[in-house]
Design a protein around this ligand. Sequence first.
Ligand SMILES: O=c1[nH]cnc2c1ncn2[C@@H]1O[C@H](CO)[C@@H](O)[C@H]1O
Ligand SMILES: [Zn+2]
Length: 443
Amino acid sequence: MSACVHDPDLFTNKGSILITGTRIGDRNVDIFIDETGTIRDIGEGVSKKCRSEAEHQISAEKTLAIPGLVNAHTHAAMTLLRGYADDMHLQQWLSEKIWPLEAHLTGEDVYWGTKLACLEMIRSGTVAFNDMYFFMEDAARAVDESGIRGVLCHGFITFGLAEKFESEVKATENLVSHIRGMNNPRITPAVGPHAPYTVPPEHLEWCGSYSKDEDIMLHIHLSETEQEVIDCKKAHGVTPAVLLDQCGCLSERTLAAHGCWLEDEDCRLLAERGCHVAHNPVSNMKLATGRAMPYPSLRSAGVNVALATDGCSSNNNLDLFEEMKVAAIGQKFFWKQDTLLPAEEALSMATSCGAKALGIPGGSIVVGQAADIVLVSLDHPSMVPLHNPVSNLVYSASGCQVSTVLCNGRVLMYEKEIPGETAILSGAADAAAGLLNRAAQNT
Ligand SMILES: O=c1[nH]cnc2c1ncn2[C@@H]1O[C@H](CO)[C@@H](O)[C@H]1O
Ligand SMILES: [Zn+2]
């Protein structure tokens, strides 16, 4: 067994790992992870039993172990657009700033943007994400290298154009077969109709049946703004959620992002169909969607609600700790209910509910489960005193307190060290500068 600090194989070796001296909630525990990346034992005496068997050891005194966080809706490569267009109205932001710049994106940009996103997620304790963007084969390469989990879809936008429909279908089918060919259990494909206002019913129908035939997730933006709902009712006579249902897009494979303007009937419909909703409170507040996602109605209907950051151009970071706090306080504020969305629920939203929505392992630290584990340092003012660990995690900590991260039993960050970080930071900065240069030359 190697001592961790000088263990050169810790980041690459898939051998068994013993985490000693951490705590889960109020319990002091050791955690033993076998060479397949599965949690084999959790408890106080585990280190005595497993010390000789373990190939690596992580001394985790003064840390809290929590399940790896799950980001249920983002556009990872939008890290390259961080700070590019702030303080704008959503439709204007998309059509005047974001889409014109995205027209200049290359696969290499998306690769570097996704590398940067994965790095940022690992640093802040996120081990899985649900992504919708372009050049997704390049995103898949970045996720593969990063060691975290990704559900990836091509952002399918047709605006009703037949030739665009053809190319979006091709991009989706190519991505699905590419990802299946990678044969990486951490990466799964999905179909991603962008929104009911960018994909008309006949094209949504294709997405719904493709999701069913291929048994893959359907990832979509839904009822994000009031205008979207007004326009949809005017054009189709029903809410966006009902329209999706009519197009065969609502099922237990569906993840709808935002849902700020869902009506009570919509919430019941989503529950009936077994859909999942991703709550993006920071993005919603920044883009002034004007209404908080109706968590009380979704909750009482029984919808699984996960947590998400959205892209870095509307957040502007990927820190799910910050998102847990804003979700918990934002819901209380907007719905004027001081007991709504307590800390435990916010933590579940960011862990088990996310894992359930994405259909991936993780979301809890239990024997037999894949080791997606995050160690949060208690050696920090925001974690002292520790009257209630969950309260500190949600209301006081930030992603900066994350010290060590494991995904599928592999160590991705150890005591804040992530191999290759410097190269990713400069590669992504160069890609972002190149993108802006190309856009400036072409306009
Ligand atoms: O909040 C949002 N609402 C709608 N679209 C968005 C939002 N954030 C990013 N995108 C856009 O979705 C596409 C991904 O396929 C991209 O064009 C991205 O800019
Ligand atoms: Zn989005």
